[in-house]
Structure formats: C-alpha cells, structure tokens
Design a protein around this ligand. Structure first.
Ligand code: 3HC
Length: 309
C-alpha cells in the first residue's frame, strides 16, 4: 500500500498536479516545505520592521497611508504562510519560537538598515520586485496550499512594487538632493537584492531536490538573472545606475552580464552577522512578549466558550 502511495505521489508531481494536505508525501517533502514556508512567513513578518521604521515619519499623509497598507499586507502574507505551514502539521507557536531562538531563518534582505525615506521606495522597487520574480513561479509549486497562498501574495506584491517605483519617480523629478538620496539608496540595496535569491546554484544544497519535487520551479541563479534583466531597463527609465561595473547587455545571451555578489557577505548575514540581525530579532521577541496577554486572554475566552457551549 505504501509503495502504491509513493507511486501516486510521484505521478502527481510528474503530471504537474497538486499535493494536498491529506495526501501521502515523503517525510523529506513535508520537512523541506515546512522549512521553506516557515522561513518565507518569518521573512514577511520581520520585513515589516525596516519599512515600519518610516511609518511615523512619512513626508505626507498619502505616503503614510500607502506605507501603512503595505506593512499591513506583509503581516497578512505572514499569516497566510503560517497557515499553509500548519496544513503540514507545523505549530505556529513553535515556528515563532524557532525564529526568535535563531533555529529558523528569514530573508537576509531585512537585516539592512533604512536610514532615508528613499529606502521605502527602493525596497518597494527592488526588494518587492525580487520577491515577485521569486514568488510568481511558486504559484505553480506542487504543494497546493503554498501555491494558492502565493497567488494572492503576488497580486499584492505587484502593488508594493509599483508604489515603490512611483515614489522614486516623484523623487527623481524633485530636487538634486532627492535624486542623490535615491541613488545613494539604490547603491546600498542593489547587491543585497541579488543575494536575496540565495547562494549560487553550485552552492545551493536544497535546489536539486526542491526542483525534483516541483517545490521550486527555477534555480536561484535563473531567478536572479530574470530579476536583473527585468530591473535594468527600469533603472534606465528612472535615471539611476547600479553599483556594478560588470553590468552590461550581452547581445548573444540576450541577457545582462553582471558582477559576482559577495557570497561571504550573504553567509555572514544569514548566520546572524548582518547590520541589523540582533535588532530585528530583539524587536520580534519584544512584540511576542508584549502580545502574551492577548494570547492568554483569547485562550481563556475560548475555554470559557467551550465550557458554556
Ligand atoms: N536569506 C536567508 N537565508 C537564505 C537565503 C536568504 N536570502 N538564501 C538562502 N538561504 C538559506 C536557505 O534557507 C538554506 O538554509 P536552510 O536549509 O537552513 O533553510 C541555505 O541558505 C541554502 O540555500 P538553498 O538555496 O539551498 O535553499 P532554498 O532551496 O530553500 O532556496 C530560497 C532559498 C530561494 C530563499 C527559497 O527558500 C525560497 O524561494 N523561499 C521562498 C521565498 C522567500 O522566502 N522569499 C523571502 C523574500 S522576502 C519576501 O518575500 C517578503 C516580500 O514582502 C518582500
């Protein structure tokens, strides 16, 4: 019977169909999905901090309202993804504990500071742009709940990307100081955005198996290249440059050649030694502790409901 179930699993994957929560699946498939979905959720939740930093200081009510909507969306993306992880038997409280105690990761990109308001636009343009490149293929991931969560997340991510680009367009039509602020921000975020796609394929222990299981649809380098090809023309239209002397159109490949990201920096940031890692985890821990009374009250209320039901 187990052999039949296993055959059924592989046939479903081969026919590009969906594995659903109640289907049989190899332990490794379940494990790597919990790993990737949980870390994706953690990224969305931690990702609220760099931008949230500007909520009280946005330059206009319109900018504040847009930023508020975006940060709220990120929280929602985190909740969808924790729910998707729960369909695999993961426990949300346990995942939060693993994040806070450093036993699970979140995206390297959120460990960088946001010292100027131009960062809000550049994060929208480059970070959400990179997230779209990475997440659109995940709409076709073989695990049903993950793929379906991605469909709505990608729609909202596109709004985030457009609002960031529109903000930068306004600043580029502004004063010399505003233009310089945008370029300075782009110079800080370009390489970390490329690193967001993960290590190079020849240093990516999970890619082969994730591709075989239809969890990942493209490799890290393929998506990184797709992001560069999509973004360089947008930089030209904006009037900014990227800090990479190796960036050049390759007519043969019909793609941009670009320099090698600093993989030692990615390793350092992933292992907790980025500019803001400690602060991001401390703030997440503080928010979790501050919210304990809400969880206790909700649990007490639920018990009372059950008793009187
Ligand atoms: N930041 C942190 N950790 C990273 C990383 C990054 N940018 N890139 C790779 N890693 C980790 C991996 O998690 C893995 O460690 P683990 O085995 O302990 O999980 C290790 O480095 C080796 O990397 P692999 O390439 O072998 O790992 P994956 O096959 O999982 O690929 C990934 C990494 C491309 C990030 C993949 O997990 C993925 O596509 N995840 C879903 C997308 C996601 O998480 N995006 C986060 C972006 S932020 C976001 O979406 C918010 C939006 O609002 C901006």
């Amino acid at each position: 019977a187990e052999a039949e179930l296993e055959t059924g699993f592989h046939e479903t994957i081969e026919h590009e169909q969906r594995i659903e929560p109640r289907d049989w699946m190899p332990d490794g498939y379940r494990k790597t999905l919990v790993r990737q979905i949980a870390q994706h959720a953690h990224s969305e939740i931690i990702g609220m901090q760099p931008e949230g930093n500007w909520l009280t200081r946005a330059p206009s009510l319109r900018r504040k309202a847009i930023l508020l909507a975006k940060v709220q969306d990120e929280a929602g993306h985190g909740l969808y993804l924790y729910s998707a992880a729960e369909t695999l038997g993961a426990d949300r409280a346990d995942l939060t504990d693993k994040l806070i105690t450093g036993r699970q990761k979140y995206s390297s990109i959120f460990n960088y500071p946001t010292p100027t308001f131009a960062d809000v636009g550049v994060i929208g343009w480059l970070v959400d742009g990179a997230a779209i490149c990475n997440q659109v293929p995940l709409c076709r991931s073989s695990y049903g709940p993950y793929a379906r969560a991605m469909i709505r997340i990608c729609k909202e991510e596109s709004f985030h990307q457009r609002q960031g680009y529109e903000l930068l367009m306004c600043m580029m039509r502004g004063t010399d100081e505003q233009r310089a602020m945008v370029q300075e921000s782009v110079d800080r975020w370009w390489w970390p955005s490329l690193m967001m796609f993960g290590p190079p394929d020849d240093d990516s222990p999970n890619t082969a198996q994730s591709m075989a299981w239809g969890i990942k649809r493209h490799t890290n380098d393929e998506l990184r290249q797709r992001f560069v090809d999509m973004t360089v023309p947008q930089a030209d239209a904006l009037g900014v440059t990227f800090p990479d002397p190796g960036l050049a159109w390759n007519a043969e490949r019909k793609s941009y050649d670009f320099g090698e990201p600093d993989w030692s920096e990615l390793k350092a940031v992933i292992t907790g030694h980025g500019p803001c890692n400690a602060q991001r985890i401390e703030q997440r821990k503080q928010a979790h502790d501050d919210g304990a009374w809400v969880r206790e009250a909700a649990t007490a209320f639920a018990h009372k409901q059950k008793e009187t039901a």
